[in-house]
Design a binder for this molecule. Structure first.
Ligand code: SF4
Ligand code: SF4
Ligand code: FES
Length: 577
């Protein structure tokens, strides 16, 4: 490692695995003890949290309703609301309190529309479609009601957009610019309410900005079922609050920040870190556990700032857990390994690959190949090919189990343990690897990932053999290995994982890797070529093959059209509120 790579921390940055501190048994005894194989986890058919509101798109075999919206006739699923039906026509009816993942409160009155034969304007979020219904979303009466409701909502709002964390992705800002745009007529002092109140482990409340839509209250009651938030007082003194001594500390609390249409609820981790409009969004998959929630990674240049949920009705619905939010910290630029290292010296990547090949070559060399539950299918499959070429013994390692619940979090904290086990075939687990390495059973070991925690016994055993680690960041394992190859992190990789349901999940690169960092499958391909073996193909080739194997259109497009992986610049149109 040289001055261009970061210093090695005294403790590993990512927790994990192994080892028995017991004295090492002799190699033969260790090999005899290591007879069991790693079992794939049970296929838990865990459904996503059910959304209470029906999507409007007709479902084959289910009843439909035909109605007219702004002169256009449309057929939608029976039981859906007018607001969702209008979305199918590309009409985004202005609204605050409605959220498709929550029950309907219809308290903001921002979504009023005109329904013919009905004397009063109706809230489109609550109005269920009817056969032959005729709806107007842009009539003079609707536009006036919309403007007046916005003026009412803004009456006591502090309008502190310049210092508000939500500015740039605030629904109130967006609707004001689209539908009101009038100067205030208020010439009396505004009602003052509590500002920057710490209401939980992750969240800060600014009650003056709250527009009392009750989305956050319904979320806590309906999704985690913890009900920490409630409205107190009445009229223009009404505020959102927690009960004394009962903070907002549930495992899904940061979702309230996403769904708050204004900047009343902000995340302690993200607030004041960067302006939302400076960020780009890349759709990808959370690497926090085996659930594999659909998420967006928000980043600027090569730095990640936050992870937000992406709607996936089959896996996570609209939500994600707080643990998953922090997975972006693994992408910390300060900890990245950008260049290869051989025996403590930074070397060009091709020198390091040649060193790996030279040390692996030779008759009767006993090699251990360590597959990883935190790496992609593409890299695990590439290691499978290399292990076959080398006649290597196979092991599968991963992170230790963690917290679980009935909603989303899985005890298996590896995003791809199913894929790793499928690629490795009959493999041994980490305890056996510890015993066998400590017993000097191998001449060389190749770690697909550098995030496994090692005991002193094994660390010292690595010094006596050829140890190769493909790592994206500085870890204790990377420091203990003789050769370190700079690999891309999940934020820079195009690849796939298989979640607990057996579904294929896609990882998309958010930025170009710096320095000599390469996809693990590409590094393994280089090692095979340096060994004089056949060309194993690139990581992208493998992703393309997996797209065909799983008949996955999205992945097929990503692997064939590089432009499809371009991130989206966050603007008002990407408001999450
Ligand atoms: S804090 Fe936000 S989500 Fe909660 S009621 Fe107020 S505006 Fe709505
Ligand atoms: S449940 Fe698992 S995959 Fe989903 S957000 Fe949490 S850590 Fe990530
Ligand atoms: S969104 Fe319909 S009343 Fe609030």
């Amino acid at each position: 490692m040289t001055s261009s790579d970061p210093p090695v921390p005294s403790r590993p940055r990512s927790a994990t695995i192994i080892l028995p501190p017991a004295p090492p048994p002799p190699p033969t005894a260790a090999r005899a003890a290591a007879s069991s194989t790693v079992k794939p986890p049970e296929n838990r058919d865990a459904p996503a949290p059910v959304a209470p509101n029906l999507a409007a798109t007709p479902v084959p075999g289910e009843p439909t309703v035909t109605l007219t919206i702004d002169g256009e006739t449309i057929e939608v699923r029976k039981g859906t609301n007018v607001l969702e039906a209008a979305k199918l026509l590309g009409r985004d009816i202005c609204h605050f309190c409605y959220h498709p993942g929550l029950t309907i409160a219809a308290n903001c009155r921002q979504c009023l529309v005109e329904v013919e034969k009905n004397p009063k304007l109706q809230p489109s979020c609550q109005q269920i479609v009817g056969e032959g219904m005729v709806v107007h979303t842009e009539s003079p009466a609707v536009l006036e009601a919309r403007r007046a409701m916005l003026e009412f909502t803004l009456k006591n709002h502090p309008i502190d957009c310049p210092i508000c964390d939500k500015a740039g992705e605030c629904t109130l800002q967006r609707h004001y610019m689209d539908h009101n745009h009038h100067l205030t007529r208020v010439d009396v002092a505004k009602i003052r309410k509590p500002k920057h109140k710490d209401i939980g482990r992750e969240i800060v409340l600014d009650a003056e900005r709250c527009i009392l839509c009750s989305r956050c209250v319904r979320f806590c009651e309906e999704i985690p079922g913890t009900g920490e938030l409630a409205m107190t007082f009445r009229g223009d003194h009404e505020i959102l609050d927690i009960a004394e001594g009962h903070p907002l500390d549930n495992a899904y609390s940061i979702n309230v920040v996403d769904i708050c249409p204004v900047g009343a609820l902000t995340s302690k981790d993200f607030r004041f870190a960067i302006r939302a409009w400076e960020l780009k969004a890349t759709p990808t998959t959370c690497q926090g556990c085996a659930t594999g929630c659909a998420v967006e990674l928000h980043h600027k240049h090569e730095n990640a700032y936050r992870v937000m949920p992406r709607h996936d009705p089959a896996v996570n619905g609209h939500w994600m857990c707080d643990e998953g939010r922090y997975t972006y910290k693994e992408l910390d630029a300060d900890a990245r390994i950008r260049h290869a290292r051989v025996d403590g010296q930074q070397v060009p990547l091709d020198h390091a690959i040649a060193a790996v090949a030279k040390r692996l070559q030779g008759r009767n060399k006993k090699v251990a190949a360590v597959f990883s539950g935190t790496s992609t299918n593409e890299s695990n499959r590439a290691l499978d090919d290399l292990a076959t070429m080398l006649g290597a013994e196979r092991f599968v390692l991963g992170r230790p189990p963690g917290k679980t619940d009935e909603l989303l979090r899985d005890a298996d904290k590896n995003a791809n343990m199913r894929g790793a086990i499928a690629a490795a075939g009959a493999a041994k687990h980490e305890g056996e690897l510890g015993l066998e390495l400590a017993g000097r059973a191998y001449d060389a070991v190749i770690f697909l990932d550098g995030t496994f925690e090692l005991s002193e016994v094994v660390r010292s055993a690595l010094g006596a053999i050829t140890s190769v680690c493909l790592s994206d960041r500085v870890t204790a394992l990377a420091q203990a290995c003789a050769i370190v190859l700079p690999a891309t992190s999940w934020g820079e990789s195009l690849g796939t994982t298989i979640n607990r349901q057996g579904r294929l999940r896609v990882l998309q690169p958010a930025w170009r890797p710096e320095g000599d960092r390469r996809d693990r499958a590409d590094l393994i391909r280089e090692i095979a070529l340096a060994l004089g073996e056949r060309d194993l193909g690139s990581g992208r080739d493998r992703a393309r093959a997996i797209a065909e194997e799983f008949d996955h259109d999205g992945l097929r497009q990503l692997t064939t059209t590089p432009a499809a992986t371009r991130p989206t610049l966050l603007r008002f149109s990407h408001s999450r509120g």
